[in-house]
Ligand binder design. Structure first.
Ligand code: HSE
Length: 325
């Protein structure tokens, strides 16, 4: 990654704030590759310079108390530190997080914070970091939280729409989702405990058989073609996973009923949202009613004695600067 001349770093002054939406990752066959930004919740991160060379994190908002404020453990800390290093800055930062994305549901909560923070710090330091490099830097926040720098959620929160992250070092591209796409998100009321994503990732085998990889590559290609052609049934047809979901669904009671009832009600594809426990169902508004699909999915959990909550979201735009002074 290229470094920036130190003269640029002191140009930035004042305060920057950025807002980034939550997201669903994987969409079935796109484990660690696909992300879709959702317009339901967003985090806002404000950053200011301080004279000491430290990073201080504070949080407010409905989910502030769930956040660690230790720099290394909060997903905002590592991207901010990496950008300060990139700028060779002698200053420190205070980072204020308005935490609205609920953590632990599979909605890319840490990714939204990391994306908003990376965008805000990049603006404060006037770095103009190229998009792929900013994504790589933002994904350091995921590494702090889950043990790996997966970039699917953070990519969706940064770029918006349907995002494909690929390659090493990471690259990303995004597609505008079809206008009739609605995403039903259903969350079972189950205890997820600490380090949920880290544990859910441990369920995924390190090695997979070629025939499973072939199935996933084909389905992921169908999902991409579906987004490119604005063909929601084609997207849904690819939402079956061989890598993570076969292991993760076993710890989501009611998964099979919820999936079946969603598809019976006209949903086009169902997947575990990121590391779970939420599930998503893609609905074409022109041919189905997302609220009825949501009710059907809640019935699926009910059949298994599990209470749940749901909402219907639309695809969201990428992170944007909301304050600069
Ligand atoms: N792709 C990641 C996973 C997303 O499924 O573990 C986690 O939010």
């Amino acid at each position: 990654m290229s470094e920036v001349h130190p003269a640029r770093m002191e140009m930035g002054s004042g305060e920057s704030a950025a807002r980034a939406f939550c997201s669903t990752a994987n969409l079935g066959a796109g484990f660690d590759v696909f992300g879709l930004a959702l317009d339901r919740y967003a985090d806002t991160v404000s950053v200011r310079f301080i004279q000491s060379r430290k990073i201080r994190i504070t949080a407010k908002g409905p989910f502030a108390s769930a956040l660690p404020t230790t720099t290394d453990l909060n997903s905002a800390g590592p991207p901010a530190a990496a950008l300060l290093r990139r700028a060779r800055s002698q200053k420190g930062l205070t980072i204020s997080i308005d935490k609205n994305v609920p953590p632990g549901l599979g909605l890319g909560s840490s990714g939204a914070t990391a994306a908003a923070c990376a965008k805000a710090v990049d603006s404060l330091l006037e770095l103009g970091t190229p998009s792929n490099e900013l994504l790589q830097i933002a994904s350091l926040g995921e590494e702090a939280v889950s043990g790996t720098a997966h970039a699917d959620n953070v990519g969706a929160s940064l770029l918006g729409g349907f995002v494909i992250v690929y390659d090493k070092p990471v690259k990303a591209t995004s597609l505008q989702p079809p206008s009739g796409l609605r995403v039903v998100v259903i969350t079972p009321k189950v205890q997820v405990g600490d380090h949920k994503t880290r544990r859910a990732r441990k369920l995924v085998p390190r090695i997979i058989e070629t025939k499973k990889a072939v199935l996933n590559v084909g389905r992921a290609a169908a999902i991409t073609a579906g987004f490119a052609q604005h063909d929601i049934p084609l997207i849904g047809s690819g939402m079956i996973d061989e890598i993570a979901e076969p292991y993760r669904r076993e710890v989501i009671p009611g998964y099979y009923d919820v999936r079946r009832l969603a598809l019976d009600e006209g949903g086009k594809g169902v997947a575990i949202s990121g590391a779970g426990p939420s599930l998503v169902c893609l609905v074409d508004k022109k041919t189905g009613d997302p609220h009825r699909v949501a009710e059907a999915m809640m019935r699926g959990f009910q059949l298994n004695g599990i209470r749940s909550t749901s909402f219907v979201a639309r695809p969201a735009p990428g992170a944007r600067i909301v304050k600069r002074r």
